[in-house]
Design a protein around this ligand. Structure first.
Ligand SMILES: [Zn+2]
Ligand SMILES: [Zn+2]
Length: 306
């Protein structure tokens, strides 16, 4: 092994590089941090109050949440600055909604009753399918932010979803990279990843009959994990009830493993084509430069510490 401080690792699909410190002993105290509640105990919770009723509900936080302004010049010429509905380049479109657990459910996803998580994931699947059928938007992101440090705005167990009119450029790059990989190698890159990770067994965290969870080689944040279904299908909107139940079990098991770090804050992201979440930042003191970003055109779940 060469003596460089940073090992530069390359993602074979996107070609993106990350710098990883590989010769440092793991120090738990560097990473252990408990998720911080958003509100004090007993505070009013909008997700308990809206919408009315009990059970799993879908709350529309903002219909037609996105106006495509374009460049400043395009925005000026389209009259977007007037802030009137329908005056963006393509009008106001998309939405920001959240799938909320029953009233009073302010615990973690890992500790929730499986039947509740199954219902929440099924709602997310149905939202993806509905957006596809409507054909009015290009991209739907499902995400759970847990803990104030991870950007959560509520302690109520929920899955936010954003129905967007555009494919973020990072996701576009991933899709292009996956397509080039397929042409170059003649195989789906995500199916190959699953196969290779299972053969090496160096980074496998969890597996069952339906899914495999591993820490990617070119991980862009500490404890970034991918949960990839063994079943080759790019559309979470087509997931069967059986696959939803399996995804629930896997997610709960994998997220429970993070409790080794005192129940840390995290971002959980469901990815499919036209569906993802991305954030970029650089963290010093962890030994890594980080580009924390969701990925994978095959539908999958990506939990990772923020
Ligand atoms: Zn609540
Ligand atoms: Zn595949």
């Amino acid at each position: 092994m060469a003596g460089g401080l940073f090992e530069l690792r390359k993602d074979p699909i996107t070609g993106w590089w990350v710098a990883v410190v590989v010769d440092r002993e793991f120090e738990r105290q560097r990473f252990q941090v408990a998720a911080r509640p958003v509100s004090p105990p007993g505070a009013a919770c909008q997700n308990c109050e809206q919408p009315s009723g009990d059970g799993v509900r879908v709350r529309v936080l903002k219909p037609q949440a996105f106006s495509v302004a374009g460049t400043e010049r395009e925005a000026r010429e389209s009259g977007h600055d007037d802030r009137a509905p329908g005056l963006g380049l393509v009008g106001d479109c998309g939405s920001w909604q959240t799938i909320v657990a029953p009233v009073g459910h302010h615990g973690s996803l890992a500790e929730e009753r499986p039947a509740i998580v199954v219902e929440m994931l099924a709602r997310a699947r149905d939202a993806v399918a509905a957006a596809r059928d409507a054909g009015e938007t290009d991209y739907l992101q499902v995400v759970q932010n847990w803990g104030a440090q991870a950007g959560a705005r509520t302690d109520h167990l929920c899955l936010d979803f954003y129905d967007l009119p555009q494919i973020p450029h990072r996701i576009g790059e991933e899709l292009g990279g996956a397509a080039r990989y397929l042409i170059r190698e003649g195989v789906c890159p995500y199916c190959r990843l699953v196969r290779d990770e299972l053969a090496d067994r160096v980074r496998v965290v969890w597996e069952d009959a339906a899914s495999v969870c591993f820490a990617p080689y070119a991980s862009r944040s500490p404890f970034e994990l991918w949960v990839v279904p063994r079943h080759h299908d790019a559309d979470f909107g087509r997931a069967t009830d059986e696959q939803i139940a399996s995804a629930t079990e896997t997610l709960q098991k994998v997220l429970a493993m993070l409790s080794v770090l005192d129940g840390p804050p995290y971002n959980l992201v469901c990815i499919r084509p036209r569906c993802a979440y991305a954030s970029t930042r650089r963290i010093t003191g962890t030994g890594r430069y980080i580009h924390a970003c969701a990925r994978s055109p095959a539908w999958s779940w990506v939990p990772g510490c923020p």
